[in-house]
Design a protein around this ligand. Structure first.
Ligand code: SAM
Length: 315
């Protein structure tokens, strides 16, 4: 069972222009909401390759398949418990060279957020873990207890846009000298002690940005995304589409700039009177402005509020 409510479901799958028989990658299986609709579109001749670095997501979907929940779809399904930054190598090992569509619905699922054992949320009492892939070495506990002050502050600023980054980092460094910081409530208390009263009383919890930043560092989210975008465009067939849903400015800015950069033709310096580079764009941007959730969707799924869908087509 999943509690995850799929965001921008129809908008994303429609944007991929899927037809029966196509080969499609869902880079972020999660609760499988997008994958299920993809399966319905590609029919029995189609192939779905679904990635998730969290083996629990893969296991749950596998169980669903065994229970015959998709008996209408005879499509070939490959479940890959791997980071999407390994997209190309994973496809090669399955004997797949090119695909017709790729989607990525970034970040964590509601299942992961609700699991207090993962310590992703500041709401419950859990270990400072935050890994999506539980085999990975880096945990939030290591980051909080072992990173230097300057690195902690940089992460909070860069990944969380946290205005009190330096002060929170300082309080962490002082607190960990007394005892190791291992649980989420310990960290929440440290953050509360580092920020002014009016910040603590804001609608958005004062630990939100720190927790987001630590999660991004632990899971190396922006690094994986950069590597994925590059490979995704490489493995797409001409005319194939890539749809990316982002949830915060770090990943949206990265995606938007990467798309713009790769949709450019000539890359000669502006002072050149004539093009000498002969550079051709790799992609065409389909969504000039990102697609966002409708009022109807927001009414039933507040998590969709920050979702932005960007779509490109391989040239
Ligand atoms: C927002 S959820 C996807 C939800 C899914 N689209 C649905 O409709 O149920 C994101 C999922 O992607 C996985 N994920 C995030 N980053 C990943 C990465 N770099 N490689 C593989 N999986 C990743 C997470 O573990 C999580 O299960």
């Amino acid at each position: 069972m999943t509690i995850h409510k799929t965001v921008l479901l129809n908008e994303t799958v429609e944007a991929l222009n899927l037809k029966p028989g196509m080969t499609v990658v869902d880079a972020t299986l999660g609760g499988g909401g997008h994958s299920e609709l993809v399966l319905a579109k590609i029919g029995e001749e189609g192939k779905l390759i679904a990635f998730d670095q969290d083996h629990e997501a893969i296991d749950k979907f596998e169980k669903k398949l065994k229970l015959g929940n998709f008996e209408n779809s005879q499509a070939k399904i490959f479940l890959v418990n791997q980071n999407f930054s390994k997209l190309k190598a994973s496809l090669t090992s399955l004997g797949i060279e090119k695909v017709d569509g790729i989607l990525a619905d970034l970040g964590i699922s509601s299942d992961q957020l609700a699991d207090t054992d993962r310590g992703i949320s500041f709401m419950g009492d859990g270990p400072l873990d935050m890994r999506m892939n539980r085999q990975a070495e880096l945990t939030a506990e290591k980051v909080v207890n072992e990173y230097a002050h300057c690195d902690l502050a940089r992460i909070l600023r860069q990944y969380g846009d946290e205005q009190y980054a330096s002060s929170i980092a300082s309080k962490i460094v002082v607190a960990r000298e007394q005892e190791r910081i291992t649980r989420t409530p310990q960290l929440v208390a440290i953050i509360q002690s580092a920020v002014p009263g009016q910040y603590r009383r804001k609608k958005i919890h004062c630990a939100t940005k720190t927790f987001q930043a630590l999660r991004m560092e632990v899971n190396q989210e922006l690094e994986s995304l950069s590597s994925f975008l590059f490979q995704a465009v490489e493995v797409l067939r001409p005319g194939g589409r890539l749809a990316v849903i982002t949830f915060h400015s770090g990943e949206d800015t990265l995606t938007k700039h990467w798309f713009r950069e790769n949709a450019r033709g000539c890359i000669c310096p502006p002072q050149f009177p004539q093009c000498r580079c002969g550079h051709k764009p790799a992609i065409k941007i389909i969504t000039r402005k990102p697609t966002v959730a409708s009022e109807e969707e927001l009414a039933v799924n507040p998590r969709a509020r920050s979702a932005k869908l960007r779509v490109v087509e391989k040239m």
